[in-house]
Design a protein around this ligand. Structure first.
Ligand code: PRP
Length: 183
């Protein structure tokens, strides 16, 4: 797939880091692992808005077991390039008791969002909670997160594309782009 060689938002230049083809391979690999692990189960995919809509939509189309989909709203970045430190969650009353939940994230950065989510979801007494994240910055994790299904462990640099934004721009890009070092 032909993609823009660079992309600019608010005077900041981003360059390609992970191609659409590499993303697709990771999505297929993660889905195959989930299909293998959830035979005879009916997992509920919790797609964390907004960033995970693209990854979530691609992932579930490779899922071969019966499953359900729900969306959860979580917000931590605002318009900055660093996680704000506080996480706003919007989990309404759900019947997750004895269910197998799979949280779908585009990226785990500090891990605050995922940790907050998992702690809140435990209150519903699900049977299991696992996480699938396209990207993780393991060197940035400040909480003890366990991510069962990971696409790429990346350097601690700001990335956009494939659902990820900078000031709400760039989510539509079909590749992952990284902030150019020359900015
Ligand atoms: C991003 C991402 C994760 C979270 C990761 O969401 O989708 O949910 O930040 O960061 P953390 O590990 O440091 O908590 P964001 O708050 O940018 O919301 P968005 O998906 O709506 O853009």
């Amino acid at each position: 797939m032909k993609i823009p060689s660079n992309y600019e938002i608010k005077g900041k230049r981003f360059v390609p880091m992970i191609s659409p083809e590499e993303i697709e391979q990771a999505v297929v690999r993660i889905a195959a692992n989930i299909n293998n692990d959830y035979q005879n189960k009916i997992p509920i995919f919790l797609i964390v808005l907004k960033g995970s809509i693209i990854f979530g939509a691609d992932l579930i189309r490779h899922i071969a077991v019966d499953c359900e989909i729900k969306t959860i709203s979580a917000k931590s970045y605002g318009e900055k390039m660093e996680s704000s430190g506080s996480v706003d969650l919007n989990i309404i009353e759900e019947d997750f008791k004895d269910k197998d939940l799979i949280i779908v994230e585009d990226i785990v950065d500090t891990g605050r969002t995922l940790t907050t989510l998992v702690n809140n979801l435990r209150k519903f007494e699900p049977k299991s909670i696992e996480t699938a994240s396209l990207l993780t910055k393991s060197s940035m994790h400040i909480t003890d997160v366990s991510i069962k299904y990971v696409g790429f462990d990346i350097e601690p640099k700001f990335v956009i594309g494939y659902g990820l934004d900078y000031a709400e721009k760039g989510r539509h890009l079909p590749a992952i782009y990284v902030l150019d070092d020359e900015n």
